[in-house]
Design a protein around this ligand. Structure first.
Ligand SMILES: [Zn+2]
Length: 272
């Protein structure tokens, strides 16, 4: 059965006991062992303290969905268990990951906007129930902020360019990626990132697809480009290793479910 999610920012009245709950503890999600059953509000309502904020996300197959952040040390609540979202990514369907990703980002926004960044006043609800906080003193409004990043694979004939960042301790190689700077287009970002990180020039950029990445609130914009010249010169503080790889000699690459993996597989299929 395909599950259908409709986003909404405002829920009127008492929370029904059978409402679904996206319960998070840091970046772990409370889930049954089948990896697709969320707890209901009625099952967890006694564990939720008054100070814990229940935020409304929308409707999943017509059922209201709320999200709550539980303290880090909360024991698993039978028959549910805490599962790290990053580990879940290759195992669950996209709609499910995207609801959990949304919940994570909305908590992040809520935590960071209790007070106004302009005047320091207390932030309150939006008068038209939009997903925004509005300052009770100066009227400044704060919507959840998304940070765009570009991620891409560079092709050279039948080979693809992959790099291992110092932070990938498990030896994994991935597509090159970086944050969009103020004033840049996504294409300009990718050209700059590739030049900075591995020293080569690219051309013929094509948009691939995008993915919301909630660690903490990025939107990954995927591109494919062609190698246009230059030798590999690595940015020491960022990149540990980089190289052009053929489908037959791939290093360890990112897991299924990530846009990096989809990009790599797309480029290798295109090469065949
Ligand atoms: Zn203010």
């Amino acid at each position: 059965m395909t599950q259908h999610f409709i986003s909404a920012a405002h829920f009127d009245g008492k929370i029904p006991r059978d409402a679904l709950l996206v319960a998070l503890s840091s970046t772990a999600l409370l889930l049954k062992a089948d990896l697709r059953t969320l707890p209901e509000y009625g099952e967890l309502m006694w564990q939720i303290e008054a100070k814990q904020e229940l935020l409304f996300l929308g409707y999943w197959d017509g059922r209201p969905v709320f999200t709550v952040e539980m303290p880090q040390a909360t024991d698993p609540l039978e028959p549910y268990d805490w599962i790290e979202l990053r580990q879940l990514l290759p195992q669950i369907d996209h709609a499910f990951f995207s609801i959990a990703a949304r919940a994570l980002q909305i908590h992040d926004w809520s935590r960071n906007h209790r007070f106004c960044g302009r005047c320091g006043g207390v932030m309150g609800a939006h008068p038209q129930n939009e997903r925004a906080r509005v300052c009770t003193q100066c009227g400044f409004s704060a919507y959840p902020r998304i940070n765009p990043c570009v991620i891409g694979v560079v092709k050279r004939g039948h080979e693809i360019l992959l790099a291992r960042a110092h932070r990938f301790k498990n030896g994994m190689f991935s597509a090159l990626a970086g944050f969009v700077e103020v004033g840049e287009s996504a294409e300009e970002t990718f050209i700059r990132e590739v030049r900075e990180e591995v020293g080569v020039e690219i051309n013929n950029l094509r948009y691939f697809s995008s993915q919301a990445w909630p660690f903490p609130s990025n939107l990954m914009l995927g591109f494919v480009a062609d190698y246009a010249g230059g030798e590999l010169v690595l940015q020491d503080d960022e990149i540990a290793e980089a190289g052009f790889f053929h489908a037959d000699n791939l290093p360890l690459i990112p897991p299924h479910g990530s846009i990096a993996r989809a990009l790599i597989e797309f480029c290798l299929t295109e090469n065949r």
